[in-house]
Design a binder for this molecule. Structure first.
Ligand SMILES: Nc1ncnc2c1ncn2[C@@H]1O[C@H](COP(=O)(O)OP(=O)(O)OP(=O)(O)O)[C@@H](O)[C@H]1O
Length: 263
């Protein structure tokens, strides 16, 4: 047996990839309850190593059994985080851009752009007016990921998107004003939808449930979420767990266009 450990270039790449994955994972769960759970598991793991080294048979067998089913338990406990992590990898590195499905399917980019600008114009104009009247708004715009599970929590509308319809839905006395509206292309798919609330604990305390639901939705899906605050009429855009707050009309429009372009 050779006394020298041979390290290949591939081993470096291996270590680098694991470091990147761990860093991304850390960034994703930092400040959430998942971080505390991970720390708990890590502590139990250290304890297991210690009792094994001290040859304390009973406790080390019990902890060993626990880690035996650990992978399945981890998948169940971290189901949401694993999902978010995969979505983040997929959206951040934009694999579909390299593969370019649109080109393969010969998708008409010009038509898509025209559709986007119609949707952006309607949403910007409606939100500006609703902001001025301090009307609370929560809109999730579907991108690649299917939003059916959230659509089903609300009332199906399936109507062509228009400024007046959006304003009617979010009007304070409307029975549909509570919750979120989900839009796909130029259709209002449903209203009164319940979105997942983020469990990030480092968010600004002035962000209430409407904004937290917007952030939660953006962590779970690649949807673009628009929020108008009922409290102060300010407009925010949320994507990939990131919130762009208090946008003026010009920035709101620019940012919304940018998010549409950024697949
Ligand atoms: N999980 C959810 N999914 C969809 N909508 C939600 C959810 N939770 C709360 N909302 C909406 O947010 C409203 C409450 O907003 P809240 O005042 O707590 O939030 P906020 O972020 O402070 O917003 P605002 O600035 O408009 O007050 C609810 O009436 C409801 O319409």
């Amino acid at each position: 047996m050779s006394l020298f450990i041979t390290i290949r270039l591939l081993d470096f790449i291996d270590i680098l990839l694991v470091s990147i994955l761990l860093y991304k994972l850390f960034k994703l769960i930092r400040g959430t309850i998942a971080f505390n759970i991970s720390m708990g598991i890590f502590t139990v793991y250290l304890l297991w190593l210690l009792v094994k080294a001290l040859k304390m048979e009973l406790i080390s067998t019990i902890l060993g059994q626990l880690f035996g089913v650990g992978v399945i338990a981890l998948i169940i406990v971290f189901q949401q985080e694993i999902r978010r992590f995969l979505i983040m990898l997929g959206s951040q590195y934009k694999l579909h851009r390299w593969i370019n499905f649109e080109k393969i399917l010969n998708f008409d980019k010009e038509q898509e752009k025209a559709e986007h600008s119609e949707v952006v114009e309607i949403i910007v104009s409606a939100c500006k007016e609703m902001g001025a009247t301090r009307t609370g708004v929560l809109i999730a715009i579907q991108r690649k990921a299917n939003l059916n599970e959230y659509v089903e929590t609300g009332e199906l509308i399936q109507a062509k998107l228009s400024k007046e319809l959006l304003k009617t839905i979010f009007f304070k006395n409307s029975p549909l004003h509570d919750g979120a509206v989900i839009i796909h292309k130029n259709t209002i798919v449903s209203a009164r939808c319940i979105l997942p609330v983020t469990d990030q604990r480092t968010l600004s305390p002035d962000l209430g449930l409407r904004h937290r639901a917007a952030i939660g939705m953006s962590e779970m899906t690649d949807a673009i979420i628009v929020v108008v605050s009922e409290e102060n009429g300010s407009i925010s855009i949320v994507r990939d767990g990131q919130i762009f707050r208090r946008l003026n009309s010009e920035d709101f429009s620019k940012q919304l266009y940018k998010q549409f372009e950024e697949e």
